[in-house]
Design a protein around this ligand. Structure first.
Ligand code: GLC
Length: 734
């Protein structure tokens, strides 16, 4: 601002004596720097001042997070929803001075309306402030992982796995910013997002919450989302630290057996990028790493997260994971020992999420016995106080959640752009797609053709997905197809295999829409990510008709197919505008540009299968990582590269050699000798038919670290081969 103002003034030919002799840049930078340092020093002074005044119970309250359901409805049932309940409000926010409240998946006010969300969070926050001797404001947290997904009336964006297919950090940043505004409009600042875990195994129930299997793609999108959330004024959470996506056989909250050298090459880069992007909080991996629960690992939470990655913010446990050190991981003999282990390992705030009293009592005992030091308590509480001060919560009224319009909950245009960019065309035999307006009849069938919940997936109004809840403003694929199919083409919906066979004979093509029932976390684990028997039967029946079969998949993971359709559109979990995006893509109003962010297996016994794993000499997926077709074609030429310090700069010419305009994702891969190739950089480019553009990709040598055999995952120089499609070149890197 300052710099712009100076230049404007100069342009007007007016000079003001008071403008200092310093150039705006110096003064601006100096002022900003001085402000930051001053600001930091002021915040530090206030943290120390508060700590010096707080009692131990008040401090321990800041280390506890309780779910709002505890304070709702029937006092004897911590899962009951209903009006806020006075006796539990008193216990949680007065007696135990709890410092933060969350709404876990589905923990919505009754009725679930945007206005009621704002009223509920304001009530909770006001009650906490009124009952805080030192006026320490409460922080409220929520999982807004594809839009503000718990709130009726909010737009649902595509889940991360589909955003992975966009290879578009700018888009993901805009989604993050818009989501932060939506969350703030309901009085909430803390969003438990983004997931920075890799999706290394589609048997995992949380595969769809990741941006896919690649470190460079995930780092880029996580960075984009965090920057967007910060621009939107929100508090971001890096989850779940670390290696959560690499548990054996994709078992949720299982053990990640991988050696550190492997985790450092694949899993760590995205978390490191997220810390560098400025996320203020970290949520811990509920699983274990090489047998040690992450919640009890100072190697992970101190040595790696604090010392090596330099993270200075708040470390939050995941749901009930302190107790689970004892009850699930059997790593501690008592709950009290579990609390000691987690606090001393580096967990600052425990998402209990119901029983504040026991946690407070046991932690008080631990401090009195000297098993947990006052110093460690002050460090944990200081992190939380600093987070609240930096968020401006102590300023009255808290500016960050004041007057942000509830209109921010809706953004169908952004949702549609995201869904369109995620559409990934994997098969298109004889160019059956786009559908032809000359078609006289199309038959639509499949369990996901005329339902809403499979477009949205888990974390949608309810933790495990819509269930019996309805939402407005979301069309089914069948409805969108009816809206977009020319009147000259008859559209029929077959509700079973028999009807499909009957209608097929007189149809130009069959459109099957198959998908997964919504799920979240462990409930979505499977040993065999495949079509179910009814879906396989329908696909077989469609194929038996000898008519072209277009299969649209609504799934959070690759589903193994018993046989191939003529055309295959991977639509992932595309959100509120997913049906429109599918219909527009099928009819050619949009040209698909998505690229697979994961490896698509032929069979489950190939799993886990990642394109860039050392043992991938047997890498034989149905569709490799990065696959995607377009309705046009693209060509590459003039690949050039040079190293400038620790940055590699690659340029090449990209041409649209087909007849339709389209976006194209240029993927630059690198290999070192006989290593597996690794995605090094990527960029989206829009080209009209016949148009060429020279694009430049600049990336740090650290993007090539996975190609080095260095145990610490550091980059090692040498001769690298770079390739984009079929153009290749070698480059000596230092
Ligand atoms: C869940 C998830 C975590 C989420 C938290 C609060 O169990 O593991 O991602 O942020 O609990 O809902």
């Amino acid at each position: 601002m300052y710099r712009t103002a100076f230049l404007t003034v100069a342009l007007l030919g007016i000079t003001f004596a008071q403008i200092s002799a310093q150039t705006p840049l110096e003064k601006g930078t100096h002022t900003n720097l001085q402000n930051n340092l001053q600001n930091e020093a002021q915040i530090e002074a206030r943290v120390q001042d508060l700590l010096s005044k707080m009692t131990l119970p008040e401090k321990i309250g800041q280390m506890i997070q309780i779910d709002v359901l505890r304070m709702m409805g029937d006092p004897s049932n911590e899962w009951d929803r209903g009006p806020l309940e006075a006796s539990w409000m008193k216990i949680v926010l007065d007696d135990y001075q709890v410092g933060s409240i969350l709404s876990g998946g589905g923990a919505a006010p009754v009725p679930n309306t945007p206005a009621n969300w704002l009223e509920m969070t304001q009530k909770v926050k006001n009650y906490a402030l009124e009952h805080s001797r030192l006026k320490i404001p409460l922080l409220y947290g929520v999982d807004a992982v594809h839009g503000h997904n718990n709130v009726q009336g909010a737009t649902f964006y595509p889940h991360n796995i589909g955003l992975g297919a966009t290879f578009d950090p700018q888009l993901v940043g805009e989604l993050g910013r818009q989501t932060a505004l939506a969350v703030r409009s309901t009085g909430i600042l803390w969003n438990f997002a983004p997931v920075a875990d890799l999706g290394r195994d589609p048997r995992w129930g949380r595969f769809y919450e990741t941006f896919g299997e690649d470190p460079v793609l995930t780092s880029s999108l996580v960075t984009g989302q965090i920057k967007g959330q910060l621009e939107g004024g929100g508090i971001a959470t890096i989850k779940h630290f670390y290696g959560y996506g690499s548990a054996l056989n994709g078992v949720d909250r299982g053990d990640t057996p991988l050696e550190d050298a492997v985790l450092r090459r694949y899993d760590l880069p995205a978390y490191r990028a997220a810390v560098q992007a400025g996320a203020q909080t970290v949520m811990v991996n509920s699983g274990s790493v090489r047998g040690v629960p992450a919640h009890a690992s100072s190697e992970i939470l101190q040595t790696l997260l604090r010392q090596e990655l330099g993270f200075k913010g708040v470390v939050l446990s995941d749901w009930e994971d302190v107790l689970k050190i004892q009850t699930v991981h059997r790593f501690a003999s008592t709950y009290k020992e579990a609390i000691k282990l987690s606090v001393n390992s580096g967990v600052d705030v425990a998402m209990i999420p119901h029983d504040a009293a026991t946690y407070a009592r046991l932690l008080t005992e631990l401090v009195q016995e000297g098993a947990v030091s006052q110093k460690r308590i002050d460090q944990a509480v200081g992190n939380m106080l600093r987070l609240k001060l930096e968020a401006g919560l102590f300023d009255a009224p808290a500016p960050k959640v004041a007057n942000v319009s509830l209109d921010n909950l809706k953004n169908p245009a952004l949702a549609k752009r995201a869904a369109l960019e995620s559409m990934t065309l994997l098969e298109n035999t004889n160019h059956i797609l786009p559908l032809k307006t000359s078609f006289k009849k199309l038959t639509v069938a499949g369990d996901s053709a005329d339902v809403v919940d499979r477009l949205l997936g888990g974390w949608s109004i309810n933790w495990q997905g819509l269930g019996n809840d309805q939402v407005s403003g979301v069309n089914t694929v069948w409805q969108a197809l009816q809206n977009q199919t020319p009147k000259t083409t008859r559209l029929v919906l077959a509700t079973n295999a028999l009807e499909l066979k009957t209608e097929a004979a007189s149809s130009d093509a069959l459109i099957l829409v198959l998908g997964e029932k919504p799920y979240a976390e462990g409930q979505g684990d499977t040993a065999n990510p495949t079509l179910n028997s009814a879906q396989s039967e329908l696909l077989k029946a469609a194929k038996a008709s000898k008519k072209p079969v277009v299969l649209v998949l609504l799934a959070g993971r690759p589903l193994i197919l018993p046989e191939l359709p003529s055309a295959l559109l991977m639509a992932y979990l595309p959100g509120s505008m997913g049906a429109e995006a599918i219909a527009e893509t099928l009819w050619g109003r949009a040209n698909p540009s998505g690229r697979l962010p994961f490896s698509y297996p032929k069979s489950s016994d190939q799993l886990p299968m990642n394109y860039n794993r050392a043992n991938a000499s047997t890498y034989a997926p149905l569709y490799p990582f990065g696959t995607g077709l377009s309705y046009t074609t693209f060509g590459y030429s003039q690949l050039k590269a040079q190293q400038i310090g620790s940055t590699i700069s690659v340029s090449l010419e990209v041409k649209n050699t087909g007849k339709l305009e389209g976006d194209h994702i240029v993927q630059l891969y690198a290999a070192k000798g006989s290593t597996q190739r690794q995605l090094a950089a990527f960029a989206r480019v829009n080209l009209k038919p016949g148009q060429s553009k020279t694009i430049t990709l600049a990336f740090p040598t650290s993007n090539l670290a996975t190609l080095s055999s260095d145990a610490k995952g550091q980059f090692v120089g040498g001769i690298f081969s770079l390739s984009v499609g079929d153009v290749k070149m070698d480059l000596a890197l230092k």
